[in-house]
Design a protein around this ligand. Structure first.
Ligand SMILES: NC(=O)c1ccc[n+]([C@@H]2O[C@H](COP(=O)([O-])OP(=O)(O)OC[C@H]3O[C@@H](n4cnc5c(N)ncnc54)[C@H](OP(=O)(O)O)[C@@H]3O)[C@@H](O)[C@H]2O)c1
Length: 336
């Protein structure tokens, strides 16, 4: 290895609201020698995900909070440059639970290898062949239990997960309606992705009424990426026996105050609704199946996706903030 330096975005303090450059600071540190079982990865891409915001808080979650003084945790895709794990060799391409840093040093157990016969661009593993494809694949097909003719309502429908999830639901025979934050996004999901209808939730007036107009037969599956007012509007439009796939709640991630629960929660009882707290990592044993299926659909042109690749390691933090004002166009990726 040539370099002994590592630039890193360090979490200095826990954000109150939208993170700032006082919370996350770019620093340079020396690389420590590898310990037994560790692998050093030169990161090529970061998957910039809304979940990272949650890991910055000191609240119980499915992963421990990022420790103060350590780099910001992130899914990364890169190349092994040094290894003290016999299963990994320099030159291997890997997906890691790494961090916003040039080099991540991780136990081999936290890496997955990109197969040697991989036929896709490497950054697809931070996108459609990573959580972006796998989350909607298992979320729609398994948690959503779609039946032909069902109406599926998708929030953050022009985003990475939502745009792919809507197309998967179409493949399963559903009528698909999406909510997104601009007319351009609404046009895109209908004209390019084949959604049946779209709602601009910023201009539609009362969200519950707009959903009722767009879903005249009611909603059988609500795939929720957003929470908040949109969830409340969806709850008033569910059919008896509907399923909610609770995938995310981005509307509250930057809230400095406790987020109120849904006002219309009672409708879950009134309409015999099943709510599933859904985590893609629960499906880790089935990832090979999901990757194979997503790869096939992409090659067949059945799934389209858009990605916004921001260049330059130093732009990582500013790029991340695009997720929260909706200015990202599709999957947000940082190329180092
Ligand atoms: N459960 C899991 O295993 C899992 C895995 C991956 C991701 N997720 C969740 O999936 C959701 C989408 O993630 P993604 O990576 O695909 O991000 P994304 O949808 O590509 O980007 C986030 C989008 O959310 C929308 N948004 C932001 N603030 C909002 C608000 N206050 N109200 C309504 N919409 C808002 C914006 O689009 P608009 O312009 O339309 O507002 C923005 O573009 C997140 O909640 C994430 O945490 C869950």
């Amino acid at each position: 290895m040539q370099t002994s330096k590592n630039r890193q975005f360090i979490l200095h303090q826990r954000p109150a609201g939208t993170p700032t450059t006082d919370d996350v600071v770019l620093e340079e540190h020396s690389l420590a020698p590898l310990a037994a079982g560790q692998v050093r990865v030169r990161n090529a891409y970061f998957s910039l995900d809304p979940a990272i915001r949650g890991w910055m808080d000191d609240t119980p979650s499915y992963l421990p909070p990022i420790e103060l003084g350590t780099p910001v945790r992130s899914t990364t895709v890169g190349e092994v440059v040094e290894s003290l794990d016999p299963d990994f060799q320099p030159g291997d391409k890997v997906v890691a639970m790494g961090a916003w840093e040039e080099f991540s040093t991780v136990p081999g157990a936290m890496l997955s290898k990109v197969q040697d016969d991989n036929r896709f661009p490497l950054h697809y593993y931070a996108n459609i062949l990573g959580a972006v494809g796998l989350t909607p694949y298992f979320g729609v097909m398994d948690a959503g239990k779609p039946k032909p003719g069902d109406t599926l309502l998708m929030s953050a429908a022009a985003g990475a997960v939502g745009s792919v999830g809507g197309q998967i639901a179409k493949l399963a025979g559903c009528r698909v309606v999406g909510l997104a934050g601009s007319d351009e996004k609404c046009d895109w999901i209908i004209s390019e992705l084949g959604f049946d209808a779209a709602i601009n939730y910023k201009t539609c007036g009362l969200i519950a009424d707009a959903i009722a107009r767009a879903c005249p037969a009611g909603v059988d599956i609500y795939f929720d990426n957003v929470g908040g007012e949109i969830l409340d509007g969806a709850l008033l439009n569910l059919n008896s026996g509907a399923r909610i796939v609770f995938c995310g709640a981005i509307s509250g991630y930057n809230s400095a105050e406790p987020v109120p629960g849904p006002y219309n929660w009672w409708q879950i009882l009134a309409r015999s609704v099943t709510v599933q707290g859904y985590l893609v990592s629960d499906y880790v044993d089935r990832f090979p199946e999901g990757i194979a299926q997503m790869g096939e659909w992409v090659e067949q042109g059945k799934i389209k996706f858009r990605e916004e690749i921001v260049d330059g390691f130093e732009n990582t933090f500013s790029a991340f903030l695009k997720l929260f004002d909706g200015s990202n166009a599709g999957k947000l990726i940082l190329r180092l």
